[in-house]
Write a protein that binds this ligand. Sequence first.
Ligand code: ZN
Ligand code: ZN
Ligand code: ZN
Ligand code: ZN
Length: 250
Amino acid sequence: MSAGDNDYELPRGLSQVLHNYTPGEVVNFGQVGVTTQVDSFDNPEELENIDMDRVATILKGRVSRFRNRTTSGKWDNLQASALNVFKPHGVTTELFPLVFYCEDPECRKVHTANSPDRLPSDGNCYACGTDLTQLTFVNVHTCGHIEGPEPDWQDRCSTHDLDDYRLVRTSGGPGTWYYRCRRCGERMGGFSTICEVCGDPMDGPLLPVQTGCSTPRQSSWSTSRSLTKILRTFPAGNPGRGHSRRSTSD
Ligand SMILES: [Zn+2]
Ligand SMILES: [Zn+2]
Ligand SMILES: [Zn+2]
Ligand SMILES: [Zn+2]
């Protein structure tokens, strides 16, 4: 997606983009209180005269630390001739995780979506009309897969599946919060999930790193904003797009 009316632009240096905004990375923008996942680099510029043999050797060394069952062969046989090097001129991010809960303690209905435009367009709870808050926790796996805190299918209500459930906020903190069916009250799973790729338990729930300031730091739960406030920051019906332009200070 190119820069346009739906974009929210934040200036970032090139080194910050390469360290904190690589595709797939989850970042929390403290100043706007929103957590997003980097979608893609914009307008990448191909760089010439790079020592590709050296790049391939470094890449193979770094990749060997990761256990990756989906693409391992591809990396073991990495050739310099298969590589191109690009310099990004911006990144596009999407709202992530797409998991929100109702702020009314009597309701607490959880809303999830596959894309931002499937969330309530006014930012309010479908059941009671109260503001929704993003659940900014993620689960990560050594294979590279990342998931939000939504309940896995195996954690569904035995009668009502994942049709209508609420968040139960215990006093033990987010790591002990869990879901309960709103129809029958059956207790469901918590934020920890099973990797969709490998079927193994993931690490989490974790809070994404906050990169809204010059020094990245762990974000705090309290920086989350309600969906109505996010919609006000990301107008024109596309709350999920953030656009971070490279500043000239790289
Ligand atoms: Zn509600
Ligand atoms: Zn139920
Ligand atoms: Zn899962
Ligand atoms: Zn995995």
